[in-house]
Write a protein that binds this ligand. Structure first.
Ligand SMILES: *Cc1c(COP(=O)(O)O)cnc(C)c1O
Length: 393
């Protein structure tokens, strides 16, 4: 209750600072606004609530301020998909534990990754396991399983993941080669269905049983949904389901659980402040779009919310009506597929504050046509020097 009241005060405080920013600066370029206290609160909810170990999937938002604040909150393991992400994680934390869970890699990437020290690799085909060659003892290899089952808003199983038969062979081979065997999967991003995790955990137990291998770890992936306020109950229900399924399907000795959230960790920690360049009849052209921080909107319904603010930073009035949203580039594909509901009074020069915009937003910005969100404002730096680690409590 007390924490909730504090949070509401903090939210109003953040909103007031955005209003001041608008009134004083009239920013004409898009701005990504980092809210460090939200990021640390979310990190703690995973670290304290998830029934195992937590890593952060860097691809959702690799900004150095994001990684730094996660380290401040106690995150020390990072799921990385490229050498650049390894360096970004180590920059935030020199001794960070790295999970290289992109199952396909070039020979050169493998050499560079080995030099950096990888705690866990994932594989989904024999040729990629062979390519890893000799690994230091105790290195974990996570076989990535895919059930052809939807679940999330966007299916990850269509590109990576072995069938249960192939996964069984792979797991056997991992154990035979003296590596530490584990299994992993990804239920699809923005997945709200607890049964997705439960079904996968059941299938993992079957694969391990058929392979005759005892799992050291079971990594239940990312996919956790970004949640509207009050959604913590659903997150806890997902955690409880995962813990129960792990106990039920591995009754003798449940493997250590890991998760690797991307979206759910960072979505709420960032707002996007965009400006209306021009209003037409039921149409708004904004200063960023699908080639910029709205890149993900093309492919899935993004769980974000929009608020229209006028040039004084106050809410725009008028009945909500649908607006077609265009980005600033000259490409007609630069258009959000579904209209946004915004107040009818919105005008040229007004602003749209998008909350829940921290995941797959900045990470997808391209410089196409000279546009794209580049500036990031850390709300902490408006009141104290940037870069300090104020520990969350
Ligand atoms: C993208 C990715 C994640 C994070 O997924 P979210 O849906 O953003 O939580 C985790 N693990 C792997 C292997 C990924 O590719």
């Amino acid at each position: 209750m007390v924490a909730g009241a504090q949070n509401n005060t903090q939210v109003r405080f953040d909103q007031a600072r955005i209003a001041t920013l608008i009134a004083e600066r009239q920013p004409d370029d898009p701005i990504a606004i980092l809210r460090p206290w939200v990021l640390r609160r979310t990190a703690l909810s995973f670290l304290n609530g998830f029934p195992g170990q937590v890593s952060y999937a860097v691809k959702a938002n690799p900004a150095s301020d994001i990684l730094h604040n996660l380290v401040c909150a106690g995150v020390s393991t990072f799921d990385v998909a490229s050498v650049a992400e390894m360096h970004a994680a180590r920059q935030a934390m020199p001794n960070a534990r790295l999970h290289y869970h992109n199952p396909v890699r070039s020979a050169s990437e493998i050499t560079q990754a080995k030099a950096l020290g990888i705690a866990s690799w994932s594989v989904d085909r024999m040729s990629e396991l062979d390519k890893l060659g000799q690994l230091t003892p105790n290195t974990q290899v996570a076989v990535r399983l895919s059930l052809k089952r939807g679940g999330g808003a966007y299916d990850f199983g269509s590109k990576f993941g072995a069938s249960p038969d192939v996964a069984t062979d792979l797991l056997r081979a991992v154990a035979a080669r003296g590596m530490t065997p584990s299994l992993t999967f990804h239920p699809g991003t923005q997945c709200t269905d607890p049964a997705s995790w439960a079904d996968y955990i059941a299938a993992c137990a079957e694969v391990a049983q058929r392979a005759g291998v005892r799992l050291a770890a079971l990594n239940v992936g990312g996919g956790f949904p970004a949640l509207p306020r009050g959604g913590e109950t659903l997150r806890q229900r997902l955690f409880d389901t995962i813990a129960a399924a792990n106990k039920a399907h591995f009754p003798d000795q449940p493997p250590q659980l890991w998760c690797e959230p991307g979206r759910a960790m960072v979505a709420d920690a960032m707002w996007l402040l965009l400006r209306v360049k021009a209003r037409g009849d039921g149409v708004l052209t904004l200063n960023d779009g699908l080639y910029g921080a709205l890149g993900e909107w093309r492919d899935m319904p993004v769980p974000a919310r929009q608020t229209a603010l006028n040039q004084q930073g106050r809410p725009v009035t008028g009945k909500l009506k649908p607006f077609t949203i265009f980005g600033p580039t000259c490409d007609s594909l630069d258009r959000v597929p579904a209209p946004w509901m915004l107040p009818s009074g919105i005008a040229d020069g007004d602003y749209i504050l998008i909350s829940g915009a921290g995941a797959y937003s900045l990470a997808l910005v391209t410089p196409f046509n000279g546009y794209g969100t580049r500036e990031m404002l850390n709300l902490d730096s408006m009141v104290e020097p940037a870069g300090q680690c104020r520990l969350a409590g």
